[in-house]
Design a protein around this ligand. Sequence first.
Ligand SMILES: Cc1ncc(C[n+]2csc(CCOP(=O)(O)OP(=O)(O)O)c2C)c(N)n1
Ligand SMILES: [Mg+2]
Length: 323
Amino acid sequence: MKLIPDISSEKLIHLYKQMWLIRLFDERLEQFFAKGLMHGTTHLSVGQEATAVGACAVLKDADKITSTHRGHGHSIAKGAYVDKMMAEMFGKITGYCKGKGGSMHIADLDRGNLGANGIVGGGIPLAVGAALTAHMKKLNYVTVCFFGDGATNEGSFHEAVNLASIWDLPVVFFCENNQYGMSSSISEMVNIEHIAERALAYGIPSVIVDGNDLIEVMNETYKATERARKGGGPTLIEAKTYRWKGHSKSDGLKYRTHEEEREWRKKDPIIRFEKVLVEEGILTKKKAKALVLEANQEIDAAVEFAKNSPMPPKDELLTDVYA
Ligand SMILES: Cc1ncc(C[n+]2csc(CCOP(=O)(O)OP(=O)(O)O)c2C)c(N)n1
Ligand SMILES: [Mg+2]
């Protein structure tokens, strides 16, 4: 294991459990939606756990992130409470947005999470704004901006990356290239091989990482955040990964093959990291099993908390809204 940031064995074990927490949280949501117990829509990041956990692992509490419509993993990785997240998904008053926002509005300012975003590419200018604030007020935090491959075809991506570049802002652009937008393969939507190539147009460095390799994600995000902290400006990281599930709750997955899905499932980021930890003598198979059980129990407790929480009262209807 070639790990560049100084991360203790205890923290590595914590990261392993965090990846399970993300997977089990999203799989539980899938069941609730299928049973009609949860409403609206949701986007699951099963299979992509290493990008959220790896990138957030090298961040300090004061550092910020912006997230996407596929954001539960980012929130959990930045330290959100799963019970408040689950309550939000059930529309309960105890949720992060008092039950008014749902999946795509979960934000946790106390932990530096500036929020999920239903607008594809919407978080990118927000991240640059947060970085500009740090720069102007001489605050020593960096912002990691998560977005998908599809989002790099939005104008907001190009405008925001350019500004961050000319102003040398402390931001890391983290593209989770899961190979697809809603149903379109990124290979048909851009005329370049790698999203990372787009950095060249804005004069910033870029790197391609195996997004299912937690160690590689941590190493490259660490280098990019250190560079940003020292005034070196932004970096574009392209993490190649794959979403195992459909785009959102109703998706027949007609646009890709079972064979492709099988190939990616073999690269399961959690199992790969577990193997590394076992080989390094940091984790035993038995302890790994116990951690999965613990994560599952945390999700059970979150569901209990959410189900037992009250719905928002009528007089909450017009609070915290702008129009
Ligand atoms: C501005 C905007 N355009 C279109 C949509 C509809 N939409 C929601 S998610 C999505 C695909 C985004 O793909 P990507 O950025 O790769 O993220 P992924 O879903 O793969 O995580 C689209 C087109 C939207 N929410 N916002
Ligand atoms: Mg995508």
